[in-house]
Design a protein around this ligand. Structure first.
Ligand code: NAX
Length: 328
């Protein structure tokens, strides 16, 4: 049988961790032929809870689960990691300014980037889920100079999946009828879900829907504010859907996008579509042979341009703020 793939998950004792680990162990991250060894990284106070989750993972007797190790420091947590899911982060609490939030997360993602640089496997792929995801990914990436920058990505797949369902409902079609939807920019309320290049059963989605009022006043805000709506309804933030999106993100990165389709990932900009080089921004990407590439040559209309620019401006401000704090 194949050599197990080392998958490090941070924030393993959290609610996304609880929804994520069982799906990784049952083969949904890397496929039914790939055994996995889990490396759970938590802060010392949460190691006991992570041990409880590990007991439950043991109790599933997953055929593909080759082992579980629990760590309370990034150096050991990322040693030999082939895939790293950076879920644990410092949430924004009441009265916290953006600077405080960025500083607190810098204290997490800087040492994690350094540990990935020092000890992860050569083929390491990193997905940052913990918010502010794009900027946390940037911080980690900047502290891993020996790892190719394209191995650091941020999650906008949950936004992408949310947009798929909202569009499918509006058009009265199945999500599987939709291709080429895009989330641009930051995983925040400024993100821009773009249907102008999307297709519904091969036809242009914006033309099929033909409803700019719905697009501007319903679709975009519903997708962008979905996280808050889930908290309002459930009394807790998205967990199973976030874990599902993390699985989708890595699965697509490793196994590729379908012919004639693309996905959305926060990736390091090469300057495409006017997004400043080096920012980790969401783009339409195709994946093949374990690599992603930004889809080129899309025509960006005025409606889209203004929204992409606004979200990218926010990313540049976050980058400037972490620079001023000395975090990158
Ligand atoms: P929880 O608070 O349930 O769990 C977070 C866990 O991370 C805790 O167990 C905590 O001990 C751990 N942790 C904190 N610092 C750590 C460190 N330095 N090393 C290792 N572990 C550490 O949060 P949960 O609901 O699981 O959400 C996790 C993160 O995902 C949050 O930052 C959240 O904002 C973010 N999300 C991102 C989404 C996205 O689409 N990109 C959507 C869902 C979610 O809101």
């Amino acid at each position: 049988s194949r050599t197990p793939v080392n998958v490090t998950v941070t924030g393993a004792a959290g609610q996304i961790g609880y929804a994520l680990l069982f799906r990784i162990a049952s083969g949904h991250l890397l496929g039914p032929d790939t055994p996995v060894r889990l490396r759970l990284l938590e802060i010392p106070q949460a190691v006991k809870a992570a041990e409880g989750t590990a007991m439950e993972l043991d109790d599933c007797a997953f055929p593909l689960l080759a082992g579980i190790d629990i760590f309370d420091n990034p150096t050991d947590g990322f040693a030999g990691a082939n895939v790293a899911l950076l879920v644990g982060a410092r949430p924004r609490t009441k009265g916290m300014e953006r600077g405080d939030l960025l500083a607190a997360n810098g204290g997490i993602f800087k040492p994690q980037g350094e540990a990935i640089n020092a000890g992860a496997a050569d083929d390491i792929k990193v997905l940052v889920v913990g918010n502010p995801a794009n900027t946390n990914a940037l911080i980690a990436q900047q502290h891993a100079p020996d790892v190719p920058a394209e191995r650091f990505t941020a999650m906008t797949r949950l936004d992408h999946n949310r947009a798929l369902t909202q569009l499918a409902k509006k058009a009265g079609v199945a999500v599987t009828d939709i291709a080429k939807l895009t989330i641009w920019g930051n995983h925040s309320a400024t993100q821009y879900p773009d249907i102008f290049h999307a297709q519904i059963a091969g036809k242009n989605a914006a033309e099929v829907v033909d409803d700019r009022t719905w697009l501007a006043d319903t679709f975009i805000p519903t997708v962008a504010k979905r996280g808050a709506a889930i908290i309002e309804a459930r009394g807790a933030s998205s967990a199973a859907s976030a874990a599902n999106a993390a699985i989708d993100h890595v699965h697509t990165w490793v196994n590729g996008t379908a012919d004639g389709d693309w996905t959305s990932m926060g990736v390091v900009s090469d300057g495409s579509y006017g997004v400043p080089e080096g920012l980790i921004s969401s783009f339409p990407v195709v994946c093949k042979d374990g690599k992603w590439e930004i889809v080129q040559g899309l025509d960006v209309n005025e409606f889209s341009r203004a929204r992409i620019d606004a979200s990218v401006r926010e990313l540049a401000e976050e980058r400037d703020a972490v620079r001023e704090l000395g975090l990158i």
